[in-house]
Design a binder for this molecule. Structure first.
Ligand SMILES: Cc1ncc(COP(=O)(O)O)c(C=O)c1O
Length: 369
């Protein structure tokens, strides 16, 4: 049997047609492509953390339900008693569990405003769910609520993903809109708050009032992308339904210990978040002052921009030649044509990025005043 025939025998055409999620794994001096926290643990904290890991048993399976972490998080976030949690190997795993639960259900589709985080589509397609992308018709990428409500009423999808702040556009959805969406939807609304710490806004309080709302957060953007930990908050019945398809021991012991450590030293991580927000404002001021680009406001730890006078490929490549990696978003969605996304790094990294950008784009037409 030929290999391709064997593959066809095993996998559905839908899986064979999927494109894997691509990540640039080359090493760069300045890495501003993936919305990671640029700060490593300071030495004093690193030593405490290593001492904790040293005490963590790795010969045993981890706690299958993350009881200690669950308790600490409940306390740290003052969660209502009606709200439970599901932990995943990153939010990515949780998105996949949601799609798995929805596959084969009566709704059969997943809806999200576009452009947005690409894993919603990837996971829906992998599970054979119909994808309904609602384009943000507005120039500023704000969610087109009128159209969203219309399409939801007509199609009644199983799942609605709403990222706030949204990746890669940086805009947030207001609370009233979230409430309206949940009110018209028969299915589940998943509010993805991956970047909420940089907006200093969370809608967790809504969970005790709305029974078809789930809220997802991640440790990835606040300094722990490497441990892979996502959290889904919601009513117990939904969490129990998802728990039926969660593999046992999906969150390893080192991750559980590290997340609890982060909560115990939250002041440090909050100060880093504040620093990133301040750096974002400096970066935004600089970019708004450039005549040769269009820039969009951002509530996240990244900024989306579009050069007017050169291609995004050229800017991306020239930055790479100078050992700086950002993300070229052109091609990810028609509305992102010629767009680039830069993650906010350390003060030094951001300065280097700004200097190199000016070098590449030339001084002419740089200043707006
Ligand atoms: C909106 C959004 N949600 C979720 C994720 C994935 O988070 P995690 O690292 O927890 O899988 C990302 C990653 O970039 C994201 O942009």
């Amino acid at each position: 049997m030929k290999l391709i025939d064997r593959m066809r025998y095993i996998a559905s055409p839908r899986i064979l047609d999927l494109q894997p999620y691509k990540v640039d794994s080359s090493r760069y001096l300045v890495k501003l492509d993936a919305m990671e926290n640029p700060h490593e643990l300071p030495l004093s904290l690193r030593e405490k953390w290593l001492a904790l890991l040293n005490k963590t048993a790795v010969n045993r399976y981890p706690d299958p339900v993350c009881s200690e972490l669950r308790g600490r998080l409940r306390q740290a976030m003052s969660l209502d008693r009606s709200v439970n949690m599901l932990f995943g190997n990153g939010s990515d795993e949780i998105i996949n569990l949601l799609s798995l639960v929805a596959s084969g259900g009566e709704g059969g589709s997943v809806l999200f405003p576009e452009p947005t985080f690409s894993v919603y589509r990837l996971s829906a397609e992998a599970h054979g769910l119909k994808v309904i992308g609602v384009p943000s018709s507005n120039e500023d990428f704000s969610c087109d609520m009128g159209t969203m409500l219309d399409v939801i009423e007509k199609k009644q999808p199983s799942l609605i993903f709403l990222a706030s702040p949204n990746n890669p556009t940086g805009n947030s959805v207001d609370q009233e809109s979230i409430i309206r969406l949940c009110a018209v939807a028969d299915g589940l609304v998943i509010l993805d708050e991956a970047y909420c710490k940089f907006a200093a806004v969370s809608h967790l309080k809504l969970l005790s009032e709305i029974d078809n709302l789930l809220i997802m957060q991640t440790f990835s953007k606040i300094g722990f992308a490497g441990i892979r930990l996502g959290v889904l908050f919601g009513a117990n019945d939904w969490i129990e339904l998802l728990d039926r398809v969660r593999m046992p021991y999906n969150v390893n012991a080192l991750t559980q210990a590290t997340a609890a450590f982060a909560l115990d030293h939250w002041e440090h991580f909050q100060s880093i978040i504040d620093e990133i927000i301040a750096e974002r404002e400096t970066m935004m001021q600089f970019m708004v002052g450039l005549e040769s680009i269009r820039v969009w406001p951002s509530d996240g730890n990244f900024i989306l921009f579009r050069p007017h006078l050169m291609t995004s490929e050229h800017v991306h490549e020239e930055l790479q030649n100078r050992d700086i990696l950002i993300k070229n978003m052109s091609g990810a969605h028609p509305a992102l044509q010629n767009c680039l996304r830069v993650t906010i790094g350390t003060e030094e990294e951001n300065m280097l990025f700004r200097d190199r950008l000016i070098e590449i784009m030339g001084r002419e037409g740089i200043s707006r005043d």
